[in-house]
Design a protein around this ligand. Structure first.
Ligand code: NAD
Ligand code: MG
Length: 388
């Protein structure tokens, strides 16, 4: 049977790698809808290669340009949030890959769940900001949420075949990023170029900076908390610089299971696309001969973002959405050189401290908290950079 796939964020790192996987199985997958933000040329190329029924650019001017480029093609072009929602709920979709970056992924993910479409979830910010709402809706609609994030895919794979009540805890591995061995003082002068050099993975800019601050691991702790219905006390982080062991689970009897592979997102992407099956592929496989694998505890003094994420998860309510939003704004400001690397945790801390937490927020409360945190983060960044 041909599986019909749509991809939100097909022009990004995960989106491009998803199409890379799909192109190796032309008999088994068909692409229905693709979306990007502004990258006209890349989306036009993807449309020509994969012939989807719908192509969306959220930027209206870019969408107009795409329509001009695709004159005579059968692919329909839409723009804006309306287009993104149309792609998320495109009729006939068997699996939607959510590879948009940031909070922008929340609405379309919820729309897809409402439409009863299974999700291959890369967009972790959605679960960080609104995990309870997303998971409750998915359970009610009997929608599967299959992780794409390599650590969560590893845990998901390790848990296959284990019965209820057997799990003790999960251990998320973290590469530690490019500044694993740095002191706090050394981090002060870090430039965007240095922070964008990830030692093992090639990813989009936002997640690469999140890896450098270790906020990525904090977001992943919250992602795992919702995906696997685990208390935060049952989720640990272990620094593993080689990114070969993608994560581990510990059972009640003390046995550990781990999933290993090269640091190549195509493995977890393919598993999400084919689950519960496993398909042969031509990706380079892992050779363990001569490999040294190391493990260490994370340094929460040097990387406070990880501690902030745990704190937000423990306090709950609107705080995780606030931390996520403050982080998105701070990372964007760092990439534009408006603030320094250490200002990223600084801004997040100040926004957290100024937030009046709301317990059990509905979706409106989460959107309000997100907007408030973005404005507050911008205001604080203005005082740091001298431009408001
Ligand atoms: P990216 O920046 O490379 O791509 C993001 C995609 O989203 C692009 O297609 C972009 O056009 C689109 N986009 C950006 N802003 C948008 C908006 N406001 N509205 C609609 N579309 C928008 O990001 P990425 O590295 O591919 O990451 C995507 C998601 O997957 C993130 O949540 C990230 O944390 C997660 N993830 C990525 C990797 C990786 O290897 N890159 C691994 C695990 C998880
Ligand atoms: Mg990850």
């Amino acid at each position: 049977m041909v599986k019909q796939i749509s991809i939100l964020g097909s022009t990004g790192s995960v989106g491009r790698q998803t199409l890379d996987v799909i192109k190796d199985f032309p008999e088994k997958f068909r692409v229905l809808a693709l979306t990007g933000n502004k990258n006209v040329d890349l989306l036009a190329q993807q449309v020509k290669s994969f012939q989807p029924e719908l192509a969306v650019l959220t930027d209206p001017e870019a969408a107009r340009e795409l329509s001009r480029l695709l004159v005579g093609q059968k692919t329909r072009v839409l723009a804006g949030e309306e287009g993104l929602l149309a792609a998320a709920t495109y009729p006939g979709t068997d699996l939607l890959v959510t590879a948009v970056v940031g909070f922008a992924g929340l609405k379309p993910t919820l729309a897809a769940i409402d439409a009863g479409i299974d999700i291959a979830l890369a967009n972790k910010e959605t679960l960080v900001a609104a995990g309870r709402i997303v998971m409750e809706k998915a359970r009610a609609r009997k929608v599967n949420i299959i992780p794409v994030d390599s650590e969560h895919s590893a845990i998901f794979q390790c848990l296959q075949g284990s019965g209820p009540g057997q799990l003790q805890k999960i251990i998320l591995t973290a590469s530690g990023g490019p500044f694993r061995n740095c002191s706090r003082d050394e981090l002060a002068g870090v430039t965007p170029e240095q922070a964008l050099q990830h030692p093992n993975w090639s990813m989009g800019a936002k997640i690469t900076i999140d890896s450098a601050t270790m906020m990525n691991k904090g977001l992943e702790v919250l992602e795992a908390h919702w995906l696997f219905s685990l208390p935060l006390t049952a989720i640990e982080v272990l620094v593993h610089p080689q990114s070969i062991v993608h994560s581990l689970v510990e059972f009640k009897d003390g046995s550990l299971l781990a999933q290993l592979g090269p640091p190549d997102m195509r493995f977890p992407i393919l598993y999400a696309l084919t689950y519960p099956e496993r398909w042969s592929n031509n990706f380079s496989k892992l050779d363990l001969v001569g490999r040294q694998l190391g493990f260490a505890a994370p340094d929460l003094e040097v990387f406070p973002c990880l501690a902030y994420a745990y704190e937000a998860g423990e306090k709950g309510g609107t705080l995780p959405a606030v931390v996520n939003a403050a982080n998105e704004v701070a990372v964007a400001a760092f990439l534009k050189r408006r603030i320094g690397f250490l200002d990223i945790p600084g801004v997040i801390r100040q926004v957290m401290d100024g937030h009046r937490l709301q317990k059990d927020p509905d979706l409106d409360a989460i959107f309000s908290a997100d907007s408030w945190a973005r404005e507050e983060a911008q205001r604080i960044i203005g005082t740091i950079s001298g431009i408001s």
